[in-house]
Design a protein around this ligand. Structure first.
Ligand SMILES: CC(C)(COP(=O)(O)OP(=O)(O)OC[C@H]1O[C@@H](n2cnc3c(N)ncnc32)[C@H](O)[C@@H]1OP(=O)(O)O)[C@@H](O)C(=O)NCCC(=O)NCCS
Length: 459
C-alpha cells in the first residue's frame, strides 16, 4: 500500500514501538485525520448556495430530525441553505381521512378544492414541524448552541397548469417566479429559507405545486451551486447498479430509454432541468441512509447520484485559482519530507507547470513539469495524490499527462528525483540513473542532503 512510504535508501528501518499503542490515541489520530480530510470540502463549499428538496416521504419515514441536524451543521460551516419540502403522502393521508380519492394525470396531482385544502393543511403542519426541528438546541445533541433562523413567506409566484389534453388540473400550478432578492437577503443574513410546494398568483389564489418544480426553479433562479434532492433511492440503471456520477448527456439518454422507475425519472428530469438552467451540480441522495447528505458531500464517492455537466473528475492544467487547493494537498507531504518544500509565492509563479485532478472543486492530485529544453529533458516534480483516493490509477493518469506534455514540448527524456517512491516509478518504465545524467541546470540545484534517487525514462 502506498499509504506507507518506503524508506529512503539510506534510512534505518523505523523503530518498533516497545509499548502497546494506546487505543484512545489511535481514535484521536483517526479523528484528526478525518477532520483534516473533510477540510478541503469545507473550504470549497463555504458561501455556496445549496437548494435541498425534502420529500414528504422522508418526513413520513421519521428521518426529518436527523436531516435537520445535518443541514444545520452545513449552515454553521458557511453554506447557504434553501429547504423546499414536499407533502405528497401527507396530502394523500388528509384526502383519505376525508374520504376523497387522490387524482393524478401525467404524474401531476389534479387539485380540486378539497385537495387544495388538504395541501394547505399538510404544508402548514410540515412547515411548523420543520421550524420546530431547526429551533432545537438541547445540550449533548448536534444542535447544541445552534441558533438557526428559518425564513419563509410568499416567495413563490405560481400560474395554473390549466386544461391540458382535456384534463382540467384546477388548483395545480407551475412556478412562474421566485422572489430572488428576498431569498438572497435572508440567506446573506444567515437564515435558512424554507419554501413549501404552494405558490400564489397575482389574483390572490393559492396553487398546489410539485416540490421538484419549486426546488429546481429556485435553484435556477438563485444560480445555486448545488441542487440536492432527497429521494427513496439514488438513480439506478435497469441492472440495479447505482449511477454514482452521470453526465447531462447520459442522463438525457437514460430518460429517453424509459428504463427508470417513474419516481426516479421525475426526480432526474428536474435535476437535469436545474443543471441545464446553470446549476453546477445536482445530487439525488437516498434518504434511508443516516447522514446521507454529509456522506455525499464530504466523501469522494458519496452515496447518491451526482449529475454534472460533463464528467466530473477532470484532469487539467492548473490555474491561479488552484493554488490554495495545491497547497492543501502537498503540505502534509512536505511536512513528512516526501516532497520538497515550496512556498505559496513559488507555486503561484510556477502554477502553469502543474497539472491537477479536480473533483467537485477540490484538488485531489497534482504533478508538475519543468522543462530543460537545451538537454531535451523534463523533470516531473511534486507528484501527489490525496491519500483518500490513492490506488485508483490517478497517479498513473497524472504521469501519462506529464509525459504527453513533455513529448509535446519536444522533450526526449523525463526524470524524477525521489526518496520514497522509487518502486512506483520503476514499475512505470523509469530506470535508475546518476546525478551526472541530469541537465546541467538541475545538477547544480541537486540537494545532496536529501540524497534523492535519480530515475529517468525515455519518452
Ligand atoms: C505515488 C503516488 C502519487 C501514487 O498515486 P496513486 O494514485 O495511488 O497511484 P496509482 O493508483 O496510479 O498506482 C497505485 C499503485 O502504486 C503502488 N504504489 C503507491 N505508492 C507507492 C510507493 N511509494 N512505492 C511503490 N509503489 C507504490 C500501489 O501499491 C499500487 O500498486 P498496484 O497497482 O500494484 O496495486 C501517491 O502514492 C502519492 O501521492 N504518494 C505520496 C507522494 C509521493 O510519494 N510522490 C512522489 C514524489 S517523487
Amino acid at each position: 500500500m502506498n499509504a506507507t512510504p518506503e524508506p529512503a535508501p539510506s534510512a534505518q528501518p523505523p523503530a518498533q514501538p516497545s509499548v502497546p499503542v494506546d487505543p484512545s490515541a489511535e481514535d484521536e489520530a483517526r479523528f484528526v485525520a478525518w477532520l483534516r480530510q473533510v477540510a478541503p470540502y469545507i473550504h470549497a463549499f463555504r458561501g455556496k448556495t445549496f437548494v435541498v428538496a425534502v420529500p414528504g416521504e422522508l418526513i413520513q419515514a421519521g428521518r426529518l430530525n436527523a436531516l435537520v441536524q445535518d443541514l444545520s451543521l452545513l449552515q454553521a460551516m458557511g453554506m447557504r441553505i434553501v429547504v423546499v419540502h414536499g407533502s405528497r403522502p401527507q396530502v394523500n393521508e388528509q384526502l383519505r381521512l376525508r374520504g376523497v380519492e387522490a387524482a393524478y394525470a401525467e404524474g401531476l396531482r389534479i387539485t380540486g378544492p378539497v385537495a387544495l385544502e388538504c395541501a394547505k393543511e399538510a404544508s402548514g403542519e410540515i412547515r411548523l414541524d420543520l421550524e420546530a426541528a431547526f429551533s432545537q438546541g438541547l445540550p449533548n445533541t448536534p444542535m447544541a448552541h445552534s441558533a438557526v433562523r428559518v425564513v419563509s413567506g410568499n416567495l413563490v409566484t405560481a400560474r395554473p397548469v390549466g386544461i391540458v389534453d382535456g384534463v382540467d388540473y384546477q388548483h395545480t400550478g407551475f412556478v412562474r417566479k421566485i422572489d430572488v432578492p428576498t431569498i438572497r437577503f435572508a440567506l446573506e443574513s444567515g437564515s435558512i429559507v424554507l419554501l413549501s410546494p404552494l405558490g400564489y398568483s397575482p389574483t390572490g389564489e393559492a396553487f398546489n405545486l410539485s416540490m421538484e418544480d419549486v426546488a429546481a426553479s429556485t435553484a435556477v433562479a438563485l444560480d445555486a451551486d448545488k441542487f440536492i434532492v432527497l429521494a427513496e433511492t439514488a438513480i439506478e440503471g435497469a441492472d440495479g447498479v447505482l449511477h454514482g456520477e452521470i453526465s447531462e448527456a447520459d442522463a438525457r439518454q437514460l430518460l429517453d430509454s424509459g428504463a427508470l422507475a417513474e419516481d426516479s425519472a421525475f426526480t432526474l428530469r428536474h435535476a437535469l432541468r436545474a443543471c441545464e438552467g446553470g446549476v453546477a451540480r445536482a445530487h439525488v441522495i437516498p434518504f434511508g441512509i443516516d447522514g446521507s447528505v454529509l456522506l455525499e458531500l464530504f466523501q469522494h464517492d458519496g452515496v447518491g447520484t451526482m449529475l454534472v455537466e460533463e464528467t466530473l473528475e477532470s484532469l487539467r492544467e492548473a490555474t491561479l485559482d488552484d493554488v490554495g487547493g495545491l497547497l492543501a494537498l502537498i503540505r502534509p507531504l512536505e511536512d513528512d519530507g516526501t516532497l520538497v518544500k515550496r512556498d505559496r509565492a513559488l507555486i503561484e509563479r510556477e502554477v502553469g507547470n502543474f497539472t491537477v485532478i479536480e473533483h467537485d472543486g477540490v484538488i485531489f492530485g497534482c504533478a508538475a513539469l519543468y522543462a530543460f529544453p537545451e538537454s531535451g529533458m523534463g523533470e516531473m516534480a511534486c507528484l501527489a495524490v490525496n491519500p483518500s483516493v490513492q490506488n485508483r490509477g490517478d497517479g498513473e493518469r497524472l504521469l501519462r499527462r506529464i509525459e504527453q506534455r513533455a513529448r509535446a514540448a519536444g522533450l526526449k527524456k523525463l526524470f524524477v528525483l525521489t526518496t520514497r517512491t522509487m518502486h512506483w516509478f520503476l514499475k512505470r518504465g523509469f530506470v535508475v540513473a546518476s546525478v551526472d545524467q541530469l541537465p546541467a541546470g538541475r545538477k547544480n540545484l541537486y540537494n545532496l542532503q536529501r540524497r534523492s534517487l535519480v530515475l529517468i525514462k525515455n519518452l
